[in-house]
Ligand binder design. Structure first.
Ligand code: PMP
Length: 388
């Protein structure tokens, strides 16, 4: 007998994941990756609502709420822009809008995402000075200060990363920002794509000119939106910058904000869903969200220590934990097996850390019971490895 449409089985989403064969495993997916992260049911429900037109009062109300609530989460009175792109698009726009050919920049990096600033700058023809620290450690303020003493006067912008998702480190953004302002007029530009909404960040108090974030991590939405806060200084520089830009042009985006809209068609459903996710964060209070994330991070580190996984980063951030795997274990195989047999999705190391560390997130809507399921599956995998 032929199946009717309503009987057609919905494909298990696991086969859509890279390198994963289709599975008949009926267990629900537990997403413990450091982005995308799980979404609260009320946010998920918003994504299923009929689409609004983006030049309407109804959409404008959602847009306005999102911008205002982002100011609350960013801890800023600055302008906040919304772009339909993933976080990297937000990063690229922070290069295209702030610089002119020949400008000098500094990148402080200790991982794949810090390095991304360098790659974007080079793609635009800039030759950034790079302070590179060992992966797993944080930017050393003394070396940073020495670079600023030498080059500070010539710098147009300094590009930093808040929580380095590839290693699990938190960089001392408040200290680094103070040093930049002490030695330079350079703009302080921070990637807080995995940090915002989990790791403490105070844009105005820490004098951060530009902060870039995205929807799919601590902000509990699906991937597809980037958010950028811009100080008055950054807005002035943006007006004068000579880099070519069109889709990424913050000047056009800023002009649209008072009309409660974006210059081009935004990802309407994501904006509506973001309004709901931000409502939940506001209801809980950003300080409580930070405190909850810190507690979950501490507990995760203790649980992984009990399983004999040594902590990899120093100092660890609150939004994810990365740990080294024992010599006898291959992290890549472990990550695949957890997904295949237990429907637990965690992350492998990236680039030179592939196969050497695992990364487990505890930000946004990830709850203790989700982590608990992950740890018991990990325990089973380890016991099986020992038996072999
Ligand atoms: N920076 C950091 C710190 C990140 O965690 C990520 C995403 N993992 C990015 C940049 C890139 O963001 P996206 O994948 O959304 O482009």
């Amino acid at each position: 007998m032929r199946r009717t449409n309503s009987e057609t089985p919905i494909p298990n989403p696991q086969h859509l994941l890279k390198n994963q064969p289709p599975t008949s495993n009926p267990q629900p997916l537990v997403l413990l990756t450091p982005g995308p992260t799980p979404i609260p049911p009320s946010v998920l429900a918003k994504l299923a609502e009929p689409i609004l037109h983006h030049r309407t009062v109804e959409f404008g109300a959602f847009f306005e709420r999102v911008i205002q609530d982002l100011q609350y989460v960013f801890r800023t009175k600055n302008t906040v822009l919304l772009q339909t792109t993933s976080g990297t698009g937000g990063m690229e726009s922070a290069v295209a809008n702030l610089l002119s050919p020949g400008d000098k920049t500094l990148v402080a990096t200790a991982g794949a995402f810090g390095n991304r600033w360098g790659k974007i700058l080079k793609a635009y023809g800039f030759l950034p000075i790079i302070q590179e620290e060992e992966w797993g450690s944080a930017i050393d303020p003394n070396r940073f200060e020495a670079l600023l003493k030498t080059h500070g006067k010539d710098l147009k912008a300094v590009y930093l990363t808040h929580t380095e998702t590839s290693t699990g480190v938190v960089h001392p953004i408040e200290v680094l920002s103070r040093l930049i302002h002490q030695y330079s007029d350079a703009l302080v530009v921070v990637d807080s794509i995995s940090g915002l909404g989990g790791q403490e960040l105070k844009t105005d108090e820490w004098n951060l000119d530009v902060v870039v974030s995205a929807s799919q991590k601590g902000l509990m939405n699906a991937p597809g939106l980037a958010f950028i806060s811009l100080s008055e200084r950054a807005l002035q520089v943006m007006e004068m910058s000579k880099c070519p830009r069109f889709y990424w042009d913050w000047r056009t985006m800023k002009k649209s904000v008072p009309n409660k809209e974006t210059p081009y068609t935004p990802s309407v459903s994501l904006v509506v869903a973001q309004a709901e996710a931000l409502r939940l964060i506001k209801e809980e209070g950003i300080e409580s969200v930070w405190a909850k994330t810190t507690r979950l991070a501490q507990w995760t580190r203790e649980e992984l220590k009990k399983l004999n996984f040594p902590l990899f980063p120093h100092p660890p951030c609150d939004v994810l934990t990365s740990v080294s795997v024992p010599e006898s274990v291959n992290a890549t195989e472990l990550v695949h097996r957890l997904l295949k047999d237990f429907r637990i999705s965690i992350a492998d190391g990236q680039e030179k850390l592939k196969g050497r560390i695992i990364r487990i997130a505890h930000m946004g809507y990830i709850r203790k019971e989700d982590l608990q399921r992950g740890f018991s599956a990990l325990q089973t995998c380890l016991t099986d490895t020992q038996k072999k």
